[in-house]
Structures are given as C-alpha cells and as structure tokens.
Design a protein around this ligand. Structure first.
Ligand code: 13P
Length: 251
C-alpha cells in the first residue's frame, strides 16, 4: 500500500517571514496526522529555519536541488551532506526548470540523485515531456530516457528512498492539468519501467507523484487514478488555504 505523498515546491517564492508563517499554519493543519505524507521544499536559505519550525511535526523538509559533487571548489553549490547536516530530509532532482531553464542533463541529474542517496537523503526525481514532445508523440520515449538514465546505478534497496514525479512541462504553472486519462497512461508506463529496471515489487512500492497545476479542485480526480500516489505542487503550495485542502483530499 503506497501512502499518499503531497509535496510543496515553493520554487523561488516567499520570504523568511511568510515562509515561517506558512510552515506554522501547515504544522497546525496537519497536526500529528500520518495517514498521508507531506513535505515542504523551500529555497536553500530557508531550509534550516523551516526544519526548526517543523521539528516534532510529521511534515518533512526538502531542498529544490543539490550539487552533483561531494565537496570542494564548486562556488555557488550546496552539497548533499550540508543539507543532511541542517536536518533536510529530501531533495528534488531533475525538475523541469533545472532541465529546461538551466540546461541540466539526465546524466547530471543522475549524479545529483546519487550524491543525495549517499548522504542519506530521500529523492524526488522529476520527469516529464514538453508540449512539442507530446505533440510529436515522444512522451514515452522522453520519460523513459529521463527515468532510466536518472535511476542508473540505483540499488533496489535505495529505491525505497526514491519517489518519481511526473510533471508534464506544458502543465507547470499554466493552469493546464493533465487529464486523469493522460496521467494514468504515463504513470502506468512509469511503473512498468521501474518494474523492468528492478522488479515488480519495487515498482509496486515506488510512489509516483503528479505535478502541474494541481489545485484543491483537481486533486481528487488525479488521486483517483490508481498509479497516482500524490502530488508535487507549485503555486498552490504557497498558501495554507490551498495546500491543506490538497493534502486533505489526497486520499
Ligand atoms: P505548479 O503547481 O505551479 O504548476 O508547479 C508544478 C511544479 O513544477 C512543482 O514542482
């Protein structure tokens, strides 16, 4: 049984005060509920303070990126060990904004994923096609390449710390959401891929989040899809009034 998993990617939004207020409101709203998992993913600079604000709460805290190197002369970068050191639980790798705005490759994404796992962090690996790729009927080949390269070299045991997120690029921040049928197709395909790379039991236990314009009014229909195990939420995760209902309606 895969527990619903709702994560809020704040991207480069909020400030210290509003981030702390949001964390506090989520803490109160979630209480000690553990029937669903929740994570918040603030910008790097706020991670330590949000970790402290959520201490003792079941809400987990993540980072939006991580360096592909262990340590050393990498100006501007933050290592997986540093994130672990300040109490961070997980990192996102391969987000479409990293891939498409900053040109990050599947290989780099795979290195980042390994550094995170080696440091004892959990990982959300994002995959998803652009509109042009969907129109060219390349959705499966794109998510296959992103998933198989992204997961290269990961052990079966480490897959327990990996969540996949299917985020069609055309649905991110656009108000366009994949229909439940579109999500079902790709999520089912991804589960089959994980089964092929590892085996069926790993695939059955791997959670696959959907991301792209998730809102309180579409979460139920998305979660009704058997292979959708949660959501990676951007804009609607910035306010307790929209993020808490998404969490509530996820199961
Ligand atoms: P939106 O929910 O704002 O479309 O963002 C989705 C996303 O990219 C989450 O990582």
């Amino acid at each position: 049984m895969r527990k619903p998993y709702i994560a809020g990617n704040w991207k480069m939004n909020l400030d210290r005060k509003s981030g702390l207020a949001l964390a506090q409101a989520l803490r109160e709203g979630v209480g000690d509920r553990t029937d669903h998992d929740m994570a918040v993913i603030p910008p790097y600079v706020y991670v330590p303070e949000i970790v402290r604000a959520l201490e003792g709460s079941p809400i987990r805290v993540g980072a939006q990126d991580v360096c592909d190197q262990v340590s050393g002369a990498y100006t501007g970068e933050v290592s997986a060990a540093m994130l672990k050191d300040v109490g961070c639980d997980l990192v996102v790798v391969g987000h479409s904004e990293r891939r498409h705005v900053y040109g990050e490759s599947d290989g780099l994404t795979n290195e980042k994923l390994h550094r995170a796992l080696e440091a004892g962090l959990e990982v959300i690996l994002c995959v998803g096609e652009t509109l042009e790729e969907r129109q060219a009927k390349e959705t499966e080949s794109v998510v296959r390449r992103q998933t198989s390269t992204g997961l290269a070299g990961v052990s079966e045991a480490d897959m327990a710390r990996v969540t996949l997120a299917y985020e069609p690029v055309w649905a991110i921040g656009t108000g366009l959401t994949a229909t439940p049928e579109q999500a079902a197709e790709v999520h089912g395909y991804l589960r089959g891929l994980v089964s092929g790379v590892f085996h069926e039991e790993v695939a059955e236990n791997t959670r696959i989040q959907y991301g792209g314009s998730v809102k309180p009014d579409n979460i139920r229909e998305l979660m009704a899809v058997g292979d959708v195990d949660g959501a990676l939420v951007g804009g609607a995760s910035l306010k307790p009034d929209s993020f808490l209902p998404i969490f509530d309606h996820a199961g």
